[in-house]
Ligand binder design. Structure first.
Ligand code: TMP
Length: 215
C-alpha cells in the first residue's frame, strides 16, 4: 500500500486553518482518498494534555525555550501515535499547524534562537516532514477581528502583544520564501470558498490529482 501524503496548514490567528483543513479533507474524500484532520498542539491524547498547559494561563506562564520544548514534546507524541501510523496505513494526514508554527511563534515571535529550534525540531519530527505546507496569510488586525467574533475564551497566545503577532506573520512569509519547494503562500483575506479553491489548486498540482469533470 502506498504511504499517505502529509499536508500542514500554517498561519496566524483567525486565518481559517481549521475550516480549510476540513474542506480539504472533504474534497479529497470525493476523489476516494481517505484523509484524517488533526491539529497542533494536540492530535494525540498526551499532546492534547500538553496543549492545555500551553494555551491557558498567564501570558508569561512559560519561558519561551521551555515553551518550544513543550510544543516539540507534544509534536513527538503526535507524530509517533497519530501521524506516522496513519501515513503507513495509506491515509493522508492534514494537520492544522506543525513545526513551522514553532519557528514563527517561538522563533520570530518570541525570540528563541533558531539553531536551538532546528535542533529540537529535528528530535521531535525526524523524517516526518510535510510533503506540502499551505501558509494562510492574513493581516494581523483582520485575524483578530475574526477571532473576536468567535465564541469561546481568548487563548494565551491571543493575549500576546500585536508586535509579537506582526513578527510571527513576517516569520511565516520568510519561511514561505526560504522553503519554497515545500510551502505555498495563500491569501487568506479572500472568502472561504476562494481560499479553498486556491488550496485545492496547490494540492492538485503538488500531488498530480487530475481534475474531474465539473470540478
Ligand atoms: P490554535 O489556536 O491554532 O489551535 O493553536 C494554539 C496556539 O498555539 C496558537 O496561538 C499558536 C500556538 N503555537 C505555538 O506558539 N507554537 C507551536 O509550535 C504551535 C503548534 C502552536
Amino acid at each position: 500500500m502506498a504511504r499517505g501524503q502529509f499536508i500542514s496548514f500554517e498561519g496566524g490567528e483567525g486565518a481559517g486553518k481549521s475550516t480549510q483543513s476540513r474542506l480539504l479533507c472533504q474534497r479529497l474524500e470525493t476523489f476516494g482518498i481517505e484523509a484524517l484532520v488533526t491539529r497542533e498542539p494536540g492530535g494525540s491524547t498526551g499532546a492534547e494534555e500538553i496543549r492545555t498547559l500551553l494555551v491557558s494561563g498567564q501570558v508569561d506562564r512559560w519561558d519561551p525555550l521551555t515553551e518550544a520544548l513543550l510544543h516539540n514534546a507534544a509534536r513527538h507524541d503526535h507524530v509517533q501515535r497519530t501521524i506516522l501510523p496513519a501515513l503507513e496505513r495509506g491515509v493522508w494526514v492534514i494537520t492544522d499547524r506543525f513545526l513551522d508554527s514553532t519557528l514563527a511563534y517561538q522563533g520570530y515571535g518570541q525570540g528563541v534562537d533558531f539553531n536551538k529550534l532546528n535542533r529540537i525540531g529535528e528530535f521531535a519530527v525526524g523524517a516526518a516532514m510535510p510533503d506540502l505546507t499551505l501558509i494562510l496569510d492574513l493581516p494581523v488586525a483582520e485575524g483578530f477581528a475574526r477571532t473576536e467574533r468567535r465564541a469561546g475564551g481568548v487563548s494565551r497566545y491571543e493575549q500576546m502583544d500585536r508586535a509579537m503577532h506582526e513578527r510571527m506573520r513576517q516569520g511565516f512569509l520568510s519561511i514561505a520564501e526560504a522553503k519554497s519547494a515545500r510551502c505555498r503562500l495563500i491569501d487568506a483575506a479572500l472568502d472561504i470558498d476562494s481560499v479553498h479553491q486556491a488550496v485545492w489548486h496547490s494540492v492538485q498540482e503538488r500531488f498530480k490529482i487530475e481534475a474531474k469533470q465539473n470540478d
